[in-house]
Design a protein around this ligand. Sequence first.
Ligand code: B1M
Length: 234
Amino acid sequence: MADQEDDIVLAELPDEELIPQMHDDLYDGLKDEVEEGVYILLDRGWAPYKVLTEALVAGMKVVGDDFRDGILFVPEVLLAANAMKGGMNILKPLLAETGAPRMGRMVIGTVKGDIHDIGQNLVTMMMEGAGFEVMNIGINNPVEKYIEALQSFEADILGMSALLTTTMPYMKVVIDTMKESGIRDNYIVLVGGAPLNEEFGRAIGADAYCRDAAVAVETAKSLIARRHNQATAG
Ligand code: B1M
């Protein structure tokens, strides 16, 4: 693979060849090449969101499938994740550059026992791009950390992420603790992550399950608007 890479000049590839090449580079954990590809697409006038979804997220899907099937192992996936983050870091300021009005404040973090953070970083970027202020508290968060962050940041929304079937039940622990402390209804609770679904979101008492970052933005916008309307009516 590496020998072939030496011969390929990314800037000379047309879009329809550059995209699969970037997926290969992501798969191989070639951060510099992935970053170069992102710059090339932006130079060609691609919207940052299109680069994100078609060049990066779609490439990561292949990595995920091969990880599941035992073709890739943790060290390779870490390299791919690092390459993905390189590309995301270039896009982050561009996605946030919309000059959108302040929409609300969100605390987001991955639950206790879980160290996957690419998805929640993406949600953070997209929410910031849509005008939300976001406090990203990272990975492996116990309930106390969520509650402390919600209160200190004066958040409107709690976002929780879980990528493992073994860690997703912890979301219910957080929501139940919020209920016990009498603060549940002060916040909109959104949950996401590959193993979740709508039914799970409902069952644990979240306000909504968000399939992806774009859905998270739309859901947050509509639930915040509904809250404002209720507050005005009441
Ligand atoms: Co992990 N891993 N991993 N992993 N890993 C998965 C999740 C897995 C599905 C792979 C597989 O088998 N196919 C599998 C889980 C199986 C299961 O539980 N059913 C798995 C496993 C088993 C593991 C380990 C146990 C492996 C091991 O050690 N033997 C281990 C667990 C570590 C731990 O957390 N305690 C582990 C470790 C790792 C790495 C460290 C190597 C690395 C993480 C690096 C990092 O995040 N910094 C890693 C990765 C990269 C993956 C895959 C390949 C990719 C995840 C990802 O970043 N996807 C993943 C396979 C997969 O998901 N297909 C896998 C891209 C990202 C953009 O998508 O995170 O789904 P996603 O986020 C989306 C939506 O879900 C949604 O929006 C995002 C953007 O659209 N969303 C939200 C997510 N969070 C949200 C929160 C919201 C709203 C929407 O709040 C409002």
